[in-house]
Design a protein around this ligand. Sequence first.
Ligand code: UD1
Ligand code: CA
Length: 464
Amino acid sequence: MNDLGVIILAAGLGKRMNSSLPKVLHCIGGKPLFSYPLKIARSLNPKKIAVVVGHGAESVRQACSDNGVTWVMQKKQLGTGHAVGCAKKVFGGFSGDLLILNGDVPLIAGESLLNLLRRHSEKNAALTFVTARLEDPYGYGRIVRDNGGEVIRIVEEKDATDPEKKIGEINAGIYAVSADFLFSALEGVTNSNRQQEYYLTDIVAAALEAGKRVATVEAEDAREIMGINTREELALMEKTLQERINRKWMEAGVTLKDPQTAYIDEGVRIGKDTVIGPNTHLLGDTVIGERCRIDGSAYLTNMRLANDVHLKFSVVMADSQIEDGAIVGPFAHLRPGTRLGRRVHLGNFVEAKQATIGEGSKANHLTYLGDVTIGRDTNIGAGTITCNYDGFKKYRTSIGDRVQVGSDSTLVSPVTLGDDVYVATATTVRRDVPAGALVYNERVEKVKDGWTEEKRKKMEKLKV
Ligand code: UD1
Ligand code: CA
């Protein structure tokens, strides 16, 4: 095969999205649309990848994690042909083949692109492009063929005659084309059409006129080549991608109790024999170990779970780490920077933030653990609060190993509790407590006999 270069078109605004965000920055599977063709293009090891940007160019650049991309600016969006023409200088002196992809066609598979390149080289064509048969071809360019079935040209929806609109074979917007032919052909493309745009698709007729060979390859799975132009298509594509991702994880040994409501981002990894319940969102670059159980209604962003972790029903967690065998929930909230050691238990209505909790420690009920370091085998009683914020600054709390914090205690940070400290129930701890000590607040408990009856009588009298 010839040397390969790639051009990805991503300059359009996407009017039909009705958005202030450039179309290619809309996400499916947690990643912007243009990142999908880019990733696939990268996997083909091309000599160079040029991405043509225009609308929101700076934000598209910032959203891109591939440092090897050459950015091409298309100031005015004069059409796909004009957009490709803008990349000409990037490929000066390059005489191989160029693969042209649309930034708004995210689900194209590497195998299909290899197919295209293979066909292109077998047919010794100047231009080869992908077509598909759609039940509803509305909006796409149609493939016009002669009686012998040979391609004549591509006609855009807006320029098509009624009989042409009935053609079910469409242009996917994916091309392999010899660089020399491409850039010389584009010079002859005009904007004399209904949209007054320079159409890339006009190079098909141009190639045939110049006596060059044009080949096509039909997509096996039409869903792969669907472009996104509207929010409705975005939602459908998200669904298709989810199905694809979910199938991949089920094949890899993960149980999804209700795949319809498992929302797993593209970047997520999950270990074998993990069981995932309904309405679970695994987002960003979340990594889940083996044999974990996620009961359901879980919203996890950039989480790290080791093996055998059990998340009971309904948890929200972000940017935190959980070690082997820990149990969290139901109804727990882990905020960024939290690390739960092995076999830690956090129960219902527990919130943790920037909390490092050592192996075997427990906080099973109604607790706020913010900016705190807790040692091993410590027990935090129900209703314990770390008072980490005085209205001006945040401070840390440090709690040692084997500490017993009695229910309803408040730990006013900055404060340190040594190992084996015992905090009596309902204590407000304001000063550091040395290892092994008991801390309690002096309080007098009084019992008044018959008080309730007296009180009721008084109230009765007041009524009259
Ligand atoms: C294009 C094709 C159509 C094909 C369809 C497949 C043309 C003229 N038409 O139509 O035959 O069926 O894709 O999805 O090529 N872009 C730029 N600069 C521009 C215009 C567009 O970078 O000046 C980019 C867009 O951001 C987008 C891609 O090119 O990523 C396609 O543009 P779009 O306007 O969506 O083309 P379609 O009308 O869908
Ligand atoms: Ca499109």
